[in-house]
Design a protein around this ligand. Structure first.
Ligand code: KIV
Ligand code: ZN
Length: 561
């Protein structure tokens, strides 16, 4: 790369528009959408779609709610020509959907294009020619007047051929290709010449489409260009002003949004941003950005995963896991603080509330995605995500300090094994750590007697393969069992909850103890149909885990010596 890039590149000039109005506007309704998945998207694939894929894509676009679909470049390939014929002849186009086709502004291509549309109920004929200086001078060697004449002659020919097929309702779309790199005055001159040649009316408007064929400037510059033209176009009430942003600078979505503020009525793009080079603007992101502002986009992504799978099948390209709204990882929080905030936000929600959950700009359920996928656990995760998964999958509500303790267990496990932990794997780890902590003491049974205020307990335990009976007394089963165990421990806290509902419900008990020789508190957990049994298991489990810690500390000291 150059140390002085200005010797090779120059900033893109914006039109003079000091009184621009778009910055203080708000998008209050969705633009008209046009999908060009089957044309711009298709022509950018390693392997363009075959007939089966084209039809699957068309049907998906219809299901989503697209009313304008550019289906082909019929003069460029037989597959495309045949696809248009198939849609028309097999009557596959719903009454409220208009198909469009693209053609260069050249006579034989226009004739072939018009032929492909024979018998269509309504059709958009999209004519384009490049207008920017590098194309005029380097690619075609044409003057401005010649470029303008080319556009006018093409439109005049479409008009004439359209008159020969009066049963079809014809809509002209004209694109000054490379608009965003064209001198604004010249783009205006060509567009106004096209408008004059077509003679649109408010009832039968022309579509003037302004492509950022190559995205060349910041989105505000594109917005200025669009507003500049929007204010000056002839017969503005007979023009549907359309934009067609590509994503070379990675800002196509912003460019489209600002262009709508600047006066665009219509946006052309592809699902998930497929298209030439870095792609066309992503219609899904645009639509869902509107949705999250409370504006109905008129497109339905309530099963976004199904749409994604069809698009991947048709394009043979994967969708990035972090792609907005659809990527596999976009509703996944690995970081502990994010998980904690999401968990609290979801818990605080009541039916009918405005969506206000931290870190989630949209309710995943609105897109047919489940909350289960929101939280995943790896070595970066904290107690929040772990607690959420165990609660949502197993109904286990852990006391807060146990969440902290268990997250340390998970951390050691993920540090050692790497990778991510599913809810099932977390439960197995939890069971091994707490429910199966049955050595050196295993509880086999107990007998409890009331003795006035006190309770007497007899514990049947197994220690080193031998059964033993231990007796103790206290003001409750846990105090009595602590007495019976005769270990240097003190119970710090006790909680019990139920796990599951109805006849299958079981009690889960959590006992937190301090144990001589062990730093900090230690938890034990018991799970049983009987609440006293669960409590005793939890107490003994805590004692076992404390002794295991002492043993492992001693083993480390011996090894170090
Ligand atoms: O990007 C572009 O300029 C195009 C035109 C043909 C509309 O795709
Ligand atoms: Zn394009």
């Amino acid at each position: 790369m150059l140390k002085q890039p200005h010797t090779k590149y120059r900033p893109f000039p914006a039109p003079a528009l000091p009184d621009r109005a778009w910055p203080s506007k708000v998008i209050e309704r969705a633009p008209v959408w046009l999908s060009t998945d089957l044309r711009d998207g298709n022509q950018a694939l390693f392997e363009p779609m075959n007939a089966e894929r084209k039809l699957a894509m068309f049907q998906t676009l219809v299901r989503i709610g697209l009313k304008e679909i550019e289906v082909a470049f019929p003069s460029a390939s037989q597959t495309d020509f045949d696809f248009v014929r198939q849609l028309i002849e097999e009557r596959l186009i719903p009454a409220d959907v208009t198909i469009g086709v693209l053609t260069q502004a050249r006579e034989h291509l226009i004739r072939r294009t018009m032929e492909s549309l024979r018998g269509a109920r309504r059709a958009i004929v999209h004519v384009y020619n490049a207008t920017a200086r590098p194309w005029r001078e380097q690619v075609f060697g044409l003057s401005r007047d010649e470029v303008k004449r080319m556009a006018v002659e093409a439109v005049t020919l479409v008009r004439q051929l359209a008159a020969e097929q009066p049963a079809t309702e014809w809509v002209l779309e004209y694109s000054p290709e490379t608009f965003s790199q064209t001198e604004p005055e010249f783009a205006l001159e060509v567009c106004n010449a096209v408008i004059a040649a077509w003679e649109p009316t408010p009832a039968a408007p022309v579509i003037v489409n302004l492509p950022a064929t190559v995205e060349a400037a910041t989105p505000n510059v594109y917005a200025d260009q669009v507003e500049w033209l929007h204010r000056r176009l002839d017969r503005r009430d007979s023009v549907v002003l359309s934009v067609h942003p590509h994503n070379d600078r990675g800002t196509a979505v912003a460019a489209a949004e600002l262009a709508v503020l600047a006066g665009a009525d219509r946006v052309e793009g592809c699902l998930f941003g497929n298209g030439e080079r870095t792609g066309n603007v992503d219609l899904v992101t645009l639509a869902l950005n509107l949705y999250t502002q409370g504006v109905d986009p008129g497109l339905d992504f309530s099963d976004i995963n199904a749409v994604a799978r069809t698009v991947e099948h048709c394009t043979q390209l994967p969708i990035h896991p972090r792609h907005p709204y659809v990527g596999d990882l976009v509703f996944t929080a690995f970081s502990g603080s994010h998980q904690d905030a999401i968990k609290k936000g979801l818990a605080a929600r009541r039916d009918g509330d405005i969506w206000d959950v931290p870190y989630l700009p949209i309710d995943p359920a609105d897109l047919g995605r489940s909350y289960e996928s929101i939280i995943r656990v790896n070595s970066q995760s904290g107690k929040g995500g772990i607690a959420y998964l165990l609660e949502s999958h197993y109904g286990l509500v852990m006391p807060r300090r146990l969440q902290v303790e268990f997250s340390g267990v998970v951390q050691r496990h993920t540090d050692a094994s790497g990778g991510e932990m599913s809810a099932d794997a977390l439960w197995r780890l939890f069971s091994r750590e707490y429910l199966e902590a049955q050595a050196p003491l295993r509880l086999h049974g107990h007998h409890l007697d009331e003795d006035g205020e006190a309770q007497r307990i007899e514990l049947v335990v197994e220690r080193g393969g031998h059964s033993q009976r231990l007796e103790g007394a206290g003001n409750g089963p846990i105090a009595a069992a602590t007495d019976a165990l005769g270990l240097p421990l003190k119970v710090l806290s006790y909680e019990e909850r139920s796990l599951g509902h109805g006849a299958d419900a079981r009690a889960v008990a959590f006992v937190e103890i301090a144990f001589d020789g062990v730093d900090g508190a230690v938890y034990g957990v018991g799970l049983s149909a009987n609440i006293v049994t669960a409590s005793l298991q939890a107490l003994i489990g805590a004692a076992n885990r404390a002794q295991a810690r002492i043993a492992s500390a001693q083993a480390c000291t011996t090894a170090a010596a």
